[in-house]
Design a protein around this ligand. Structure first.
Ligand SMILES: C[S@@+](CC[C@H](N)C(=O)[O-])C[C@H]1O[C@@H](n2cnc3c(N)ncnc32)[C@H](O)[C@@H]1O
Length: 392
C-alpha cells in the first residue's frame, strides 16, 4: 500500500470515529449532541474570551491542537493532516510583461504554482484556465505550447490578446469542461489552478481515460457539483460526506478585516435572532432560508426581523413586538455558535485532505505515481494543496 493510501485509510477511520464533532452545525442546532458527551469541553469553550475564539476559528491547526488536548483520540490527526511544501525550482526572470492585468494575489499564486511544478516535455493543457494566466506563465517558463480550455468566451478573447503580446504559443479553446469529449488528449501535461469541484474531478477521470502523462492540480470548491452526498472517485467506504461537509472543507478564508468581521458577526446574530423567532412562533426546529438581501442588514434589527417574517410567511406584527428581546438573544446565540463552532472548524483541513486523498487514490489506482504537497503559504490562498501525478 502506498504512503498516501495508508494515510487515507487512517484518516478515514479517525474522521468516521469523530463524525459527531464535525458533522453537527451549531448554527442549526441549539446544542450539538457532542455537548452532552463532553460537558467539560463545552463549558470551557463557552467561557473562552473573544480574542481566543477569533484566533481558534481562524486557525485550523491551533483549533485542532486545542481539541486534541481534550480528546486523546484525536492525537494522530495533526500528523495526518499536515502536508509538507512541494520542492521548488526557482523561476527564471520573465519580467513583468506576463503579469499585465493579473491581480497581485493571483500573480503570487501562479508564480508559486509554477515553481512547484516540473515540465514533462509534453504540450500543456490549462484546464478551466480563465484568461490563461497560469498557462501563459508556464508557456513562457518552459517554452512549450499551451492549450487553455475555458467556457467563458470573453475570458478566452481577453486571454488571447494577452498571449499575443508575448513570444509564446497559447491556444484558447472555448469549451464546456463538463461535456467536452476531445480534451484532455493523450500524452498531455494537464495543469489546473482552482478548477472548482466537478471541474477538477472531470479533469482527473477524463484525463486518466485519455492517457494524460502528467497532472499538476490545485483543487478548490469541492462541494460544486455534489448533489446530496459526495461520490468518492476511488470508491465508497464507510465514511460518507454530505454536500455541507464538503463545503466545510473550504469555509476557511483568509482573515477578515475588523470591519468585515463586525459585519459578519452582526449578520449572524440577526439571522440567529430570526431563527429563534421562527422556532418560537412556529414550534419548528431550524429550517434553512434563502440568502438575505445585503440591504436588509443595513436597517435596524426590528425592520430586518419584520422583512424576514413577511418573506417567510410569518407575522411581521408579532416580529415587531418581540424584536427587542430577540435581538439580545440572537447576539447571545451568536457568541455560543462562534465558540461551539471551533470544534467543527478544527476539522476543516482534515476534510480537505480526505477529499484530496480520494483524488490521489483514484490517480494511483489508474497507474500514476502521486505526490501531494503545498505550493504556497495559506495567506496567499487557503486552497494551497497541489496534487502532482505522473504516469508510471
Ligand atoms: C476559479 S476560476 C480559475 C481560473 C484560472 N485557473 C485561474 O486560476 O486564474 C475557474 C474558471 O473555470 C471556468 N469554468 C467554469 N465552469 C466551466 C466549465 N464548465 N468549463 C470550462 N470552464 C469553466 C470559469 O469561467 C473560471 O474561469
Amino acid at each position: 500500500m502506498s504512503r498516501l493510501a495508508e494515510r487515507r485509510q487512517r484518516l478515514d477511520a479517525l474522521l468516521l470515529a469523530c463524525r459527531s464533532l464535525w458533522h453537527a452545525q451549531p448554527f442549526r442546532e441549539l446544542r450539538p449532541a457532542w455537548c452532552e458527551t463532553w460537558p467539560a469541553l463545552t463549558d470551557e469553550l463557552l467561557a473562552l474570551p473573544d480574542a481566543t475564539v477569533v484566533a481558534l476559528n481562524d486557525d485550523c491547526e491551533a483549533a485542532l491542537a486545542y481539541l486534541a488536548r481534550h480528546l486523546q483520540e484525536l492525537a494522530e490527526l495533526p500528523a495526518l493532516t499536515s502536508i509538507s511544501p512541494r520542492p521548488v525550482s526557482p523561476l527564471g526572470t520573465q519580467g513583468a510583461r506576463w503579469a499585465w492585468e493579473v491581480p497581485g494575489r493571483k500573480q503570487g499564486q501562479i508564480e508559486a504554482f509554477a515553481a512547484a511544478c516540473q515540465p514533462s516535455g509534453a504540450s500543456l493543457l490549462d484546464w478551466c484556465g480563465g484568461k490563461g494566466h497560469l498557462g501563459r506563465r508556464l508557456a513562457l517558463e518552459w517554452r512549450l505550447p499551451v492549450h487553455t480550455l475555458e467556457i467563458d468566451p470573453v475570458l478566452c478573447a481577453e486571454g488571447s490578446k494577452l498571449a499575443g503580446k508575448l513570444p509564446i504559443e497559447q491556444h484558447f479553446w472555448q469549451r464546456d469542461a463538463l461535456s467536452v469529449t476531445d480534451w484532455p488528449q493523450t500524452g498531455q501535461h494537464a495543469v489546473a489552478l482552482h478548477a472548482c469541484g466537478e471541474l477538477h474531478r472531470r479533469l482527473i477521470t477524463q484525463g486518466c481515460a485519455a492517457g494524460v502523462r502528467h497532472f499538476d492540480m490545485a483543487p478548490c470548491c469541492y462541494y460544486r457539483g455534489v448533489e446530496q452526498v459526495y461520490q468518492p472517485l476511488a470508491g465508497t467506504g464507510p465514511l460518507s460526506l454530505t454536500r455541507d461537509d464538503t463545503r466545510l472543507a473550504v469555509t476557511e478564508t483568509v482573515t477578515a478585516s475588523p470591519r468585515l468581521a463586525r459585519q459578519r458577526d452582526r449578520e449572524m446574530a440577526w439571522k440567529l435572532g430570526f431563527d429563534l423567532f421562527r422556532r418560537e412562533v412556529s414550534g419548528s426546529a431550524y429550517r434553512s432560508f434563502k440568502p438575505v438581501p445585503a440591504a436588509w442588514f443595513r436597517s435596524s434589527f426590528v425592520e430586518f426581523l419584520q422583512q424576514m417574517a413577511r418573506r417567510e410567511g410569518l407575522s411581521p406584527e408579532v416580529a415587531g413586538r418581540l424584536a427587542g428581546r430577540l435581538e439580545g438573544q440572537g447576539w447571545q446565540r451568536q457568541r455560543e455558535v462562534m465558540r461551539l463552532s471551533i470544534v467543527r472548524h478544527a476539522f476543516r483541513r482534515a476534510l480537505e485532505v480526505w477529499l484530496v486523498l480520494d483524488l490521489a487514490a483514484y490517480l494511483e489506482n489508474s497507474g500514476y505515481t502521486v505526490e501531494l504537497g503545498t505550493f504556497c503559504q495559506r495567506r496567499l490562498t487557503p486552497r494551497n494543496l497541489l496534487i502532482s501525478a505522473r504516469r508510471v
